[in-house]
Design a protein around this ligand. Structure first.
Ligand code: TRP
Ligand code: ZN
Length: 857
């Protein structure tokens, strides 16, 4: 039994006692015995705060061959976490040689192998598995790297100075180090920066994949230009390399000048990638590229500041996607994701601050809260300041902090200075977990409309009491005939409550309208839960007439949610009229032929089962996952029947012979067509979907049809799809996922069990593992099957994965974070699964931390 790992605390931060002037690494690659030589020039840190003179180098799973200081060999005492030794009180040179085993590295952290190729993943704390080093982001240094190997392509950060020899002139922390060696080919291109500097661009892939890189390359060039025009940021090396690897724990990694990607975020062809894949490729390529300034040139002082680079970079990639696609559609999609992942996290045992104050394993904090809520916080800052001051504050940040490792305080100070504002209350967004709830109500009094807002930040683990947040609420008013009488106005809800009065006569230029409907939280101006009582008729009015596209969509979403939850909670009886009203509102909406198809598709899409589960809990009813799936399915069919001619029109509007283009407009038409197809299909009406499956000429349409057929119990299509795509790894992942995620709950568990014995279920590959195990979790009625089989299956596989790859196991364990929502039997079964994980021998620090947080009362 080892000692329980101690948490690291933000309050304990001290600078490292030494600075590094240069790092020289040389690698002799071998699958099981790679040698790494390091030569590091240290000198004492003159910073007065660097009170800890102890010389400690992190190092894990390394075999130390030799060590020397200023050329004098010695044998340091090493532990399983690193080594410390006496050093001169003056500049000195550290030299070491270690041996590592990349082939045995199934955790995919440090140097590992994927399909015969060597690659690295060092963020957050993986460099310590490559050599002894102060593996902390505030230690920045210029690196040179020498790679010895017979493999044809040898890459590292910076510029290549000789074959296999790389120099990165920009000081960087170890987590941005990268090395790749393999039998790779490049899709190459060129870029000229705004100031005229030429840059070679390469996307390196396995030989068979080189024809699937064009879209990622195009996205890269557009990202580079966008960062110049929107943030004034240019690229700063003569080459930018991207490598696609099949085995990768996350989406991608922003290593300086050498981004490494999960191949699923690079490779695309119309036949193998869906429109969603294209969208993801574009935004992840942009995200990693944007890190070059927000993350690399300016990095984080410590890992508690992770949102400094991640929240900001997500915000930047969201802006990019808004600019190059449709801003309203992007906002709606981001909010759907925020609610599904971040609100869920914030409402449960894993809730944490955007800037956490302690952690046991930092890998567990690459979360929706740090990324997505972190991005919302940047968006609110921009909303408060306006675009110009926001840009000026960013400019100051880039100029003042280039080359530094910074904190949230450094970032905020730039905006306080530029805009002459006090952001101390705003800063609570970084230090208070939990999704604020904003309650809104209104009352008519003659020509006046009184609007009242109040806010409440709920208690979260370790934070029973909260201070009021500073919440930007964008507001408009519509008259009963649909005309807007107040255009978007920003309200600052910065206290427990706020009362406003509007003179309706003045707003409408004479006579006050009989009826007025407020449109609140336009554009989802803050990451809060809005609680308000509004009649279905008023919501329908917003759906029909709101000038704010987000709130139009939100009106449809809340109408759907309301009728579905009413039926889930109280049964079908008495809901008929309410439903007819909503279906009619959707029909009226669809009659507007000027609307963007992608937007209509979002309006017609149903809230997810998980959404409905949370809404059921909020209504005070214990959720029954099977019932929720049934009601959702049945009402989708109702809408299909009610809107039939309109939906058939949407299907016919797509020309089946038009050549495929991944652009947003074409993708939007396909999204609407496939949404319509899904609403129109049922087990007794499958001809359309079967036809669509058989005649599909691109993966978007083929996969959409397949999902419908699997949902409706037709497994022939699944078999045909498997036969067709068994040799395309990324497509087969989709098949594994959808075979379980879309299956009726009665079949899903058996299918998952059978697929776990499939010859191609290569479970150590994170994409494949996430496809199958994540597919079951994505099917709530199956995962929460009353027998407990779903929990057993997932827990068993998480335990197995934990032995090979703790990060991937720990990330997926959050499937259990909602156990408090359910009935006593399910709670007991879920807790039992958590206890089994907790008791599993050799449990990783990663999974142990997750499980204990989820178990805590
Ligand atoms: N910095 C990466 C990004 O968001 C995230 C990342 C990639 C990561 N690989 C990782 C984080 C492994 C933790 C562990 O762009
Ligand atoms: Zn990132």
């Amino acid at each position: 039994m080892t000692h329980a790992p101690q948490p690291v605390r933000l309050a304990d931060y001290t600078p490292f006692g030494y600075l590094i002037d240069s790092v020289a690494l040389s690698f002799t690659l071998h699958p099981t015995a790679t040698r790494v030589k390091s030569k590091i020039a240290f000198r004492p840190n003159p910073d007065q705060d660097a009170t800890d003179p102890r010389f400690f180098l992190h190092g894990e799973q390394l075999t130390l061959i030799s060590a020397a200081i200023d050329g004098v060999p010695f044998a340091p005492v090493v532990t399983d976490a690193g080594l410390s030794c006496p050093v001169p009180d003056a500049p000195f040179v550290w030299e070491a040689e270690v041996e590592i085993n990349p082939q045995a590295n199934t955790a995919l952290e440090g140097l590992y192998m994927s399909n015969g190729m060597y690659c690295t993943q060092c963020e957050a704390e993986g460099f310590r598995k490559i050599t002894y080093y102060p593996d902390r982001p505030d230690v920045m240094a210029p690196f040179t790297v020498q790679i010895d190997s017979d493999l044809p392509v040898l890459l590292s950060n910076g510029n290549e100075t000789a074959p296999g020899q790389w120099t990165d002139p920009w000081p960087k922390p170890a987590y941005l180090f990268a090395l790749v060696a393999g039998d790779l080919v490049a899709h190459s291109d060129h870029f000229t920066t705004a100031s005229g500097a030429p840059v070679d661009l390469n996307i390196w892939v396995r030989p068979g994949d080189v024809d699937k890189c064009a879209y990622a390359m195009d996205a890269l060039k557009r990202s580079m230009r966008w960062d110049e025009t929107e943030y004034g940021r240019e690229y700063d090396l003569s080459v930018f390399n991207i490598v696609a690897v099949d085995d990768f724990n996350m989406g991608a990694m922003e290593n300086k000048g050498l981004n490494i990607f999960n191949s699923s975020y690079i490779l695309a062809s119309p036949e193998t990638a869906t429109d969603k894949d294209y969208l993801w490729i574009e935004s992840v390529v942009a995200h990693e590229y944007f890190h070059n300034w927000t993350g690399n040139r300016i990095t984080c002082r410590d890992w508690f500041q992770l949102c400094l680079k991640e929240g900001l970079t997500v915000f930047r990639d969201q802006q990019f996607t808004s600019d190059v696609r449709s801003a309203p559609v992007k906002r709606i999609e981001d909010v759907i994701k925020l609610r599904a992942r971040q609100f869920r996290e914030d409402a449960g045992p894993l809730a944490h601050n955007v800037r956490p104050e302690q952690f046991i394993e930092i890998s567990n904090f690459y979360t929706a809260t740090i990324y997505e809520k972190g991005a919302e916080v940047i968006g609110m800052l921009r909303t408060y300041l306006g675009a110009d001051l926001y840009r000026a504050g960013c400019e100051l940040y880039f100029n003042r902090h280039d080359g530094q490792a910074c904190t949230i305080e450094d970032w905020l100070a730039c905006f306080e200075e530029i805009a002459a504002v006090d952001l101390s209350q705003f800063k609570r967004w970084y230090s208070q977990a939990g999704t604020p709830k904003v309650s809104a109500s209104w009352r008519r009094d003659g020509d006046s409309l009184h609007l009242s807002f109040s806010q409440q930040v709920p208690p979260t683990p370790g934070q029973p009491m909260k201070e009021p947040a500073k919440i930007p609420v964008s507001l408009g008013l519509l008259a009963g005939d649909g005309t807007e009488i107040l255009s978007s106005t920003l309200i600052d809800l910065d206290g427990p409550s706020l009362d406003l009065t509007f003179d309706l006569a003045a707003l409408s230029g004479g006579t006050a309208p009989d009826h007025v409907v407020p449109s609140i939280l336009r554009g989802f101006s803050a990451p809060v839960v809005l609680d308000m009582e509004m009649t279905a008729a008023d919501r329908a009015l917003l759906l029909a007439h709101d000038t704010d596209p987000f709130n139009r969509w939100e009106a449809a979403r809340s109408l759907l949610k309301e009728v579905l939850v009413a039926e889930i909670c109280h049964g079908e009886a008495g809901q008929k009229d309410a439903r007819a009203m909503v279906w009619n509102a959707l029909q009226d909406f669809c009659n507007d032929t000027t609307l963007d198809p992608a937007f209509i598709a979002l309006v017609l899409s149903f809230p997810s089962e998980d959404d409905l589960t949370q809404a059921t809990v909020d209504a005070g009813v214990v959720p029954d996952p099977t019932l929720i799936a049934q009601v959702r399915d049945a009402r989708m069919r109702d809408v299909g029947a009610w809107l039939k001619p309109t939906l058939e029109g949407f299907i016919d509007a797509v020309d089946p012979d038009a050549p495929f283009s991944p652009d947003a407009a074409s993708a939007g038409k396909r999204a609407l067509r496939n949404t319509a197809l899904s609403l129109l299909s049922s087990p007794s009406d499958l001809a359309r979907a079967q036809d669509a499956f058989a005649s599909a000429t691109n993966m978007t349409d083929q996969l959409a049809a397949l999902a419908i057929l699997i949902r409706c119990g037709d497994r022939d299509a699944a078999a045909a799809f498997e036969a067709q795509w068994q040799h395309e790894r990324l497509v087969l992942d989709k098949w594994f996922m959808i075979s379980v995620a879309s299956a009726p709950s009665a079949e899903a568990l058996d299918t998952a069990g059978a697929l776990s014995h499939h010859a191609l279920f290569d479970w150590k590959n994170p994409n494949r593992f996430r496809a199958l195990i994540g597919g079951l979790v994505a099917n709530p009625a199956a995962f929460h099957d009353p027998s407990g089989r779903g929990y057993d299956f997932v827990a068993k596989w998480l335990i197995r994965m934990d032995g090979a790859n703790p990060q991937t196991a720990a990330r997926m364990s959050s499937a259990f974070d909602t156990w408090r929502r359910y009935d006593a039997d399910r709670q007991a079964l879920m807790q039992n699964a958590l206890s089994r994980m907790a008791a599993s021998p050799g449990l990783s620090r990663d999974l142990a931390e997750m499980v204990s947080r989820m178990q805590a009362a």
